[in-house]
Design a binder for this molecule. Structure first.
Ligand SMILES: O=C(O)CCC(=O)C(=O)O
Length: 258
């Protein structure tokens, strides 16, 4: 049976383009994920070419190695992660929000180190992706630290998933990030602070962004992306595996801005 919170989350996801999911991890589980996360950040778990600076060229980092550390496919690099509770629970949420055919498309870590002070530019994830006949997608952004406006919690623009994908361009510096025109003044732009272990889910067309981290501690996020198995097959046939084999970079709407 579908519970009331599940129904209201699905309604929010459909209406606003994002929703809170509630807690996905207990405090003890958060600790277990943080321990693995920090092994990635220190390099003890070698991420090789799956590690990059999403904020490359966006200005000098304070004390951080990278402006924004992005590690693609942590569950492929460290398969134990796929057997831990988050993958099971996030899949359940994705299916509740977008349908029973949702499966994991990719996962990633995005860390903002203390005082790295680099915003993630405004974008819609679909700006990175190939065109697909079925655009249902769910991205579940899990906070492993208290995430606040000052350390870079996510902002979403309510209702933006119902508007066309905006033209995107590569963000400054060639770090692989893309951006589009949008700002915190956009009607509906809302910061979504989270406690450790809580998550928010957004769709592929939902405008989002985060401020830089100006605080003394890390802002670690674990992000899991879902879409239908049929669409993932089409993506893979086109060589789009979100860096698993690391031979593609797609900026779908760059051409529109010249
Ligand atoms: O963590 C961030 O700052 C950005 C995350 C993001 O863009 C995403 O999950 O799609």
């Amino acid at each position: 049976m579908t519970s009331q919170p599940q129904l209201s989350r699905r309604l929010a996801f459909d209406t606003d383009g994002y929703t809170l999911t509630g807690p996905l991890l207990s405090p003890e589980e958060v600790e277990a994920y943080r321990a693995i996360y920090d092994r990635f950040l220190s390099g003890e778990i070698d991420a090789g070419d799956k590690r990059s600076d999403l904020g490359a060229g966006a200005g000098a980092p304070g004390t951080a190695t990278e402006n924004i550390t992005q590690i693609m496919w942590p569950s492929a690099l460290h398969p134990e992660l796929g057997d831990m509770p988050l993958h099971r629970r996030a899949l359940k949420v994705a299916r509740q929000l977008a349908g029973d055919d949702m499966v994991l498309d990719f996962d990633m870590l995005i860390d903002k180190a203390p005082h790295s002070d680099t915003p993630t530019p405004w974008h819609q994830d679909a700006g990175y992706w190939v065109d697909l006949p079925d655009t249902r997608a769910v991205s579940i952004w899990v906070a492993l630290d208290l995430s606040t406006v000052d350390n870079g919690c996510m902002w979403y623009v309510q209702g933006s998933h119902r508007t066309p994908i905006r033209p995107h361009r590569p963000a400054d510096g060639g770090g692989g990030a893309i951006e589009c025109d949008c700002s915190e003044d956009e009607p509906g732009a809302t910061p979504v602070p989270l406690n450790p272990g809580e998550a928010a889910a957004h769709g592929g067309a939902t405008l989002h962004y985060s401020r830089g981290n100006t605080t003394d501690s890390h802002r670690r996020a674990y992000i899991l992306n879902y879409r239908s198995a049929a669409m993932i097959r089409i993506e893979r046939d086109q060589g789009m595996d979100h860096g698993l084999s690391n031979n593609e970079r797609t900026v779908r709407n760059t051409a529109a801005t010249g």
